[in-house]
Design a protein around this ligand. Structure first.
Ligand SMILES: *[C@@H]1O[C@H](CO)[C@@H](O)[C@H](O)[C@H]1NC(C)=O
Ligand SMILES: *[C@@H]1O[C@H](CO)[C@@H](O)[C@H](O)[C@H]1NC(C)=O
Length: 147
């Protein structure tokens, strides 16, 4: 996933130690089949705060070599009783990661500034990353509010 995607991932998808998780693996998918096994994922602060940095720490294990693939990030923003889809982001996995990615453990830390113009409100969405064979690297859905 590219830097922007990872940033959005950082902002919206977090594994909270101190508070309720806002993310889960995607409905209808078996995370044990994913080719990236997340061991820890923490976000500080959680939930993200508009006008502050959000920092994500992720650790996990690639169970196979990644030579390509794509990621798709979709977000919806709540307006009244309906959810409005924001433009989705699709990117090439190898644009921001040096491919091939070897199997084995990785850790990564990313900081992203949440711009002051980010609308307050409720968000939900999904990040799905697939590999060169169309297998799922990971798929995460989330729901959060930013105030
Ligand atoms: C956010 O992080 C960047 C780089 O890590 C830093 O330069 C900046 O001062 C931080 N901004 C805030 C508001 O903490
Ligand atoms: C990573 O996954 C591989 C393949 O499933 C496994 O053999 C290895 O023990 C795992 N490594 C860690 C650190 O979990």
């Amino acid at each position: 996933m590219n830097k922007l995607l990872f940033a959005l991932f950082a902002v919206f998808c977090c594994f909270a130690v101190a508070s309720a998780d806002i993310w889960s693996f995607c409905d209808g998918q078996d995370p044990t089949t994913f080719t990236f096994q997340v061991s820890t994922l923490t976000l500080t602060p959680d939930p993200p705060v508009i006008g502050m940095n959000a920092t994500v720490n992720v650790a996990g294990n690639f169970t196979e070599e990644i030579t390509g693939g794509s990621s798709t990030f979709v977000v919806q923003y709540q307006v009244g009783n309906s959810w409005i889809s924001l433009p989705s982001f699709t990117s090439n996995v190898c644009d921001s990661y040096e491919c091939p990615i070897q199997p084995g453990p990785v850790t990564r830390v990313e900081s992203i500034f949440v711009p002051s113009f980010t609308p307050h409100g409720n968000y939900r969405g999904q990040l799905e990353v697939t590999d060169q064979s169309g297998n799922t690297i990971t798929c995460i859905q989330f729901v959060t509010s930013m105030n």
